[in-house]
Design a protein around this ligand. Sequence first.
Ligand SMILES: [Zn+2]
Ligand SMILES: [Zn+2]
Length: 237
Amino acid sequence: MMILSKIISLLFPNKCLNCFKYTNSNYLLCDNCYGALNIHTNFFCPNCNLKINSLNQKHNCNFNTYNFNLVIYCMDYKNNIVKNLIHKFKYQKISCIKPTIKQILGTSLSKHQSYFKHNKYIVVPVPLHKYKQRSRGFNQSEIISNLISQIINIKTYNNILIRFKNNPPQANQTNALKRQENAKNIFKINENQKHLIKNKNIILVDDVFTTGSTLNECAKILKQNNANNIIVICLAK
Ligand SMILES: [Zn+2]
Ligand SMILES: [Zn+2]
């Protein structure tokens, strides 16, 4: 398998999706562009954006807007290479981006893997509406969740949450208040699976963190159904 993939990569070298130079690796970014991703390895407070180095660090925030405590966002969305990478991952279904995304997640989570594993965390992706999932062919949050599962060696549950309303895309909502309204009451718990999250710690996963309204709605439902601690992981914010 290793030899075969080596031969394929020699015959069909990858081009960096950002600068279009040939790269000699399985990753879709050249070393220079990968280095410019500036990957974060710490947590952030979703309320005040304070950098938090470990889950043992106590932080009593003055603001309390979110139903989750901490966020890991691997990269900054304002970075054009990041934007480009996520756009291709989300809309062009390039499955060969997966190893690159996995490597980014692995770097970002490297300090926290054993904590998640030893504190009974499970992974739950933000669901798409079934019509949208059918037309896109996949749920990008599910793919990210499965990669996190592989990295930490914990379980992903894809069907805990159900998106029962096909709301207009959040990207079309012009301000934070509209996003909040747009995300309200569009998720529900899957009654057949709600026992799986009782007293469990949860890693809630989405691709991009914008205002956090969608994630906040998901976290609210999880909390209402007796989930314990909720942490959010996104590729970018
Ligand atoms: Zn490049
Ligand atoms: Zn804070």
